[in-house]
Structure formats: structure tokens, C-alpha cells
Design a protein around this ligand. Structure first.
Ligand SMILES: Nc1ncnc2c1ncn2[C@@H]1O[C@H](COP(=O)(O)OP(=O)(O)O)[C@@H](O)[C@H]1O
Ligand SMILES: Cc1cn([C@H]2C[C@H](O)[C@@H](COP(=O)(O)O)O2)c(=O)[nH]c1=O
Length: 224
């Protein structure tokens, strides 16, 4: 039975790596697939992982219709057994519905990968629809970690070192600070997310590296 599976996790939890591995494993067994992504850090028409692997992908523009795209490939003789859909949080709810229809009416497996919530803890519309429609939501096994060592559950946006909770929902960026990067992201546990305490704020509150990680019960919260 074909399935719509949503592999979700925070940023940096290995989703794109898993997407590439799944494509490799299915292809190695003779299945044919199509790879999609949207706004990948490596640029248009790419699916890339921080481990260094990357592949060409179909860019999911706002007007892309998954049903029409698959029908086009299939009628030109290409075998389509499965779809790999990375950065699925950025897809529209209508596009997620097209993916569900491909599973139900064409028997195509759809493996979608993405973060669920934005830097304000609000669900992306695409992720919300995936959670509503997926046969399974699978949380990634590799846990990204907060600076305190706890499992990271939230994606924080950091601008010039300061965690922010207002702004546009979509701003492409990385968890690695780049020299020219204005916006970066940091994964945090819920407690530190709620206290708006990213690693830079924690360092200011307790400048000696010897005392990190520390217990926040005895640590003052820096002013917002
Ligand atoms: N130099 C490295 N050595 C080993 N693993 C790494 C290295 N750099 C990144 N990773 C792994 O890659 C993961 C991020 O992979 P990626 O697929 O890009 O994540 P996501 O798509 O979820 O943002 C990290 O959580 C880490 O496990
Ligand atoms: C939290 C959050 C993230 N984004 C962007 C930043 C990255 O480009 C992607 C996530 O990619 P990853 O492969 O999971 O690291 O999403 C955003 O636009 N808005 C946000 O709130």
C-alpha cells in the first residue's frame, strides 16, 4: 500500500540526509522516483544536506501542480514509484492535497521531509496539512541538541546574535553562523526557547565556559 509519510524534526536533525538516503535505497532496488525541494540553502533545483551530499531536484514553485507534474513524467515513459519532497513546510496546503491524491489514486509513495513549526512556534501551513493528511508522521531519530545538552524541540531565529519572535515566516537561513548571514537559526529546548535564551544570551549571563551547561533555576534570565 502506498503511503504519505511526513518525516519531521527540528532544523539540523538530518531530514535532508534521510531524504537522500531514502532516494538512494529505493533507486538501488530498481524503483523510479522524482525529487522535489523548495528554497534549499544550496540554491534552486537542489536538495542538499549538511553532511555534504546534494542532488538535483525539481523546485516546488507556488504554481507547481504535483499531479500534473507526475502525469507528465509518467506519460513520457518515466517510472514514478515514489516522490521525495524536502522542505515540505514551504509547500502550500493545496500542494499537500495533490500529494495525498497521488498516493490514493496512483499508488505512489510520498516521503515528505520538513520542520513543523516556525521561529514563533506556529505551524507552517504545509506542515499543518501534512499532519492532518499523512498516513504517518515520523519524528527523526537523530536528536538535535540545545546548547544546554537537552533535546532541541524548537527552532529559534537569531538576528545579530539576538533571538527574535517577530518577522516574516519564511526567511531561508542556516544553523551555522556565516560571516554575511544576517539571519541565522539555533535549535533550543522548550525551556530555553520560552526564556528566549539562545547560546549567545546564555554566554552573556554566564561568561565563563567552565560553568556551561548550567541549571537555569540558579541563573538569572537576561533582559529581553
Ligand atoms: N561534520 C559532520 N559530521 C557528522 N555529522 C554531521 C556533520 N555536520 C552535520 N552533521 C549531521 O548532519 C545533521 C544535519 O543534516 P541535514 O540533513 O542537513 O539536517 P536537516 O535537513 O534536518 O536540517 C546534523 O544533525 C548532524 O547529525
Ligand atoms: C524556523 C524557520 C526556518 N525557516 C527556514 C530556514 C531554513 O532555510 C529552512 C529549514 O531548513 P532545514 O533543512 O530544516 O534546516 O526553513 C524559515 O523560513 N522560517 C522559520 O521560522
Amino acid at each position: 500500500m502506498a503511503e504519505l509519510v511526513f518525516f519531521s524534526g527540528t532544523m539540523d536533525s538530518g531530514k535532508s540526509t534521510l531524504a537522500l538516503q531514502m532516494d538512494h535505497n529505493h533507486r538501488a532496488r530498481g524503483r523510479g522516483g522524482l525529487i522535489f525541494s523548495k528554497l534549499d540553502r544550496a540554491g534552486e533545483d537542489m536538495l542538499s544536506s549538511r553532511l555534504g551530499l546534494a542532488t538535483r531536484a525539481h523546485e516546488v514553485h507556488d504554481d507547481l501542480d504535483f499531479w500534473d507534474t507526475v502525469v507528465e513524467h509518467a506519460t513520457s515513459g518515466q517510472r514514478v514509484d515514489y516522490l521525495i519532497c524536502d522542505e515540505a513546510q514551504f509547500y502550500s496546503p493545496e500542494q499537500i492535497e495533490q500529494l495525498a491524491r497521488l498516493v490514493d489514486e496512483m499508488g505512489i509513495d510520498v516521503f515528505a521531509f520538513g520542520i513543523t513549526a516556525d521561529f514563533r512556534t506556529q505551524l507552517f501551513p504545509g506542515s499543518r496539512r501534512l499532519i492532518e493528511l499523512a498516513d504517518r508522521v515520523q519524528v527523526l531519530q537523530v536528536e538535535a541538541l540545545c546548547w544546554c545538552g537537552k533535546r532541541a524541540t524548537h527552532n529559534a531565529r537569531v538576528v545579530d546574535g539576538v533571538m527574535v519572535v517577530e518577522g516574516e515566516q519564511v526567511v531561508v537561513g542556516d544553523t551555522q553562523a556565516g560571516t554575511e548571514t544576517l539571519v541565522e537559526y539555533e535549535v533550543l529546548c522548550r525551556r530555553h526557547f520560552m526564556r528566549r535564551m539562545n547560546s549567545a544570551a546564555a554566554r552573556v549571563a554566564s561568561p565563563s565556559p567552565d560553568v556551561l551547561p548550567f541549571d537555569l533555576e540558579i541563573c538569572p534570565v537576561p533582559p529581553a
